[in-house]
Design a binder for this molecule. Structure first.
Ligand code: TIU
Length: 221
């Protein structure tokens, strides 16, 4: 059996079942100025650092013919899928649905909602449009995973403590074996990233495992 050198102990790759790469919300809204992340008052340039690592992982999965799942946090143009609690949370600046420099903030199909060009999905890859922070909330992700026999999920994307962590917790509760790729995820708050990595793998891997991209790539070869 192949395993990945991980924390808190080695992560076993499936002998039956399949492993998928999950790339959470690598969309302009969070990585470029003028999007949702910027509107929330964050320094979006911090997230650029992981792009080459995520690209390397994406290329490796494509080369091996393994499944890739991209997610996009977004809402319908009429905001019918955006609960008031989320819509009204931001106290200042642009809100979800407002017109920004990259189109309407966090609205499906707008320029700002697109995945960054370096990681653009190709035909055959799964793209989950999600209205929540977690990718299982009001989406068909669980039925897609079941249909494809996917049992193991390797997580990348942004931001570590918000959409990545929420999705990983949702997946763990549903029985998926989850691993967070430490240098494939980033936060606007470096200390939140470190705390998330620590809390996920504490208590014997209460939510799952963490490993660096190099360890993952070495095991997949
Ligand atoms: N604000 C923040 O850190 N994140 C989000 O709003 N969404 C995601 O994490 N994708």
């Amino acid at each position: 059996m192949t395993s990945i050198a991980a924390q808190p102990y080695d992560y076993e790759l499936p002998t039956s079942g399949k492993v998928a790469l999950v790339i959470i919300d690598m969309q302009r809204d969070f990585l470029e100025p003028g999007g949702f992340g910027d509107a929330l008052g964050n320094d979006v340039s911090l997230l650029q650092a992981i792009v080459p690592t995520v690209k390397k992982l994406l290329e490796a999965f494509r080369k091996l013919g393994l499944p890739v799942i991209h997610t996009i946090e977004c809402h319908a143009p009429d905001l019918s899928d955006c609960p008031p609690a989320k819509l009204h949370r931001a106290k200042s600046g642009l809100k979800i649905g407002d017109e920004g420099p990259m189109g309407r903030i966090l609205i499906a199909g707008e320029k700002g909602n697109g995945i960054i060009p370096e990681l653009e999905p190709i035909e055959g890859e799964i793209v989950i449009l999600k209205p929540g922070k977690g990718a299982f909330c009001r989406t068909n992700l669980e039925s897609i995973l079941q249909e494809k026999g996917i049992t193991h999920l390797l997580f990348t994307g942004v931001t570590t403590e918000v959409c990545v962590q929420t999705t990983m917790r949702e997946a763990n509760d549903r029985g998926y074996e989850c691993l967070l790729i430490e240098d494939g995820t980033e936060s606007y708050f470096p200390e939140f990233k470190q705390a998330t990595v620590a809390m996920l793998r504490a208590q014997g891997g209460i939510i799952g495992w963490t490993a660096d991209a190099e360890s993952v790539l070495r095991s997949l070869e």
